[in-house]
Design a protein around this ligand. Sequence first.
Ligand code: EPU
Length: 445
Amino acid sequence: MPEYLQIYIFTKELERWCFILGKLIIHGQKRLKGEVTVSGAKNAAVAILPATILSEGSCVIENVPDILDIAILKDIMTNLGAKIENINGSTIKVDVSDINSYVATDSQISKLRASYYLMGALLGKFKKAVVTFPGGCDFGVRPIDQHIKGFEALGAKVDIEHGKVILSANKLVGAPIYLDVVSVGATINIMLAAVKAEGITTIENAAKEPHIVDLANFLNAMGADIKGAGTDVIKIRGVKELKGGHSYMIIPDQIEAGTFMIAAVATRGDVLVKNIIPKHMESLTAKLQEMNVKVEEFDDSIRVISRDKIQKVNIKTLPYPGFPTDLQPPSTVLLCRADGTSTITEGVWDNRFQYVDELKRMGAKIKVEGRMAVIEGSTRLSGAPIRATDLRAGAAMVIAGMMAHGETVVSNIECIDRGYERLEEKLRNLGADIRRVADEEDKIS
Ligand code: EPU
């Protein structure tokens, strides 16, 4: 059993995941063709689930992706006292009436980045929270100083002891907060803590990602008063109570959609990516068009028709509406087949090119210089055993396997399962030759 899951095996939900882990075996050089439906957004779901803690009673959430991160989060919330019922495939009912603990220190919390939203949600509800320091994919240093700055501005005392963040306040009072860096996590955490604070909180230099708007819509549907989400100034007027009893549908996953769009081009394919918000895809669509890819936009879908030759481009990742850092690894792989030399500059994370060493085993010619990767195009990739070093790098490895000649075996795929729902099944339906095999050592004894 992988180390990642050893500590989780105490619920049926997580037990199920243990049985489906393993390796992906890919035989490349098949063009992707057909239609694929995108699931609910991971990074919205991991904020909305903790946000339910702030409500009274229960709510129904639709379009929840069936991914490992959500399974872990459900487990953490169940341990806090929430009752979570699976209504059908992607709809769940969350009842938080019995949550009476503000201490979230299960060992699995440190494995999940989004567990930091429990800080804002528990602080907002109880004026107290004790939460284990968050984990997540390793992109170098991942500080939470802006989250702490926000909590302190609202009147909370913040201590970090023995790997736990301890928050307490007599009362939370709205305040102006300027973020020194544009941070998705800090913006969301401050929204969660401020939504029931006294008075008005303004977050300046706020992140503008679609999942921030989605969280604001969810909270507003429960009675919150949040304006400006999606711009860089968010104004939150505190309310006394957030009511449960309603249904909310999570937005489609922008990064999953982008991954399929890139995979279509990488395999010289023709794919209709359905259930998306085309506006969220604009930065990628523009880059694909610059590469000479044909992109057709519809109301809630995008068709990507690749031409055999694609042009080199230069990409810089930035906070939304810039090119998403989470699509950086798949883009690097794609550019291995462009005409000419491309560059990708990482503008969000210090160290997000660790996966390049894996690609080099397949023959990729990529030089990483600090935050920039220089990618030599027209490279013939050949299948090899490779490792998913993190979630999006894992998706990139799968795309590389689909481009390569021969067989690729991708290991450490629990990284991929954390954020992509049934990735290999969706790709197989598009014509990819990809299958999951169990790892002997992954089986539960
Ligand atoms: N930063 C600080 N101080 C802070 C917070 C962030 O300096 O207090 C810095 C970070 O070091 C980084 C930059 O600000 O250089 C942006 O970090 P941000 O807080 O926006 O990232 P995050 O909230 O930890 C979320 C997504 C990531 C995605 C980033 C950027 C979730 C759960 N995670 O992370 O998604 O890469 O925003 O868009 O929403 C993924 O889905 O694979 C993933 C890693």
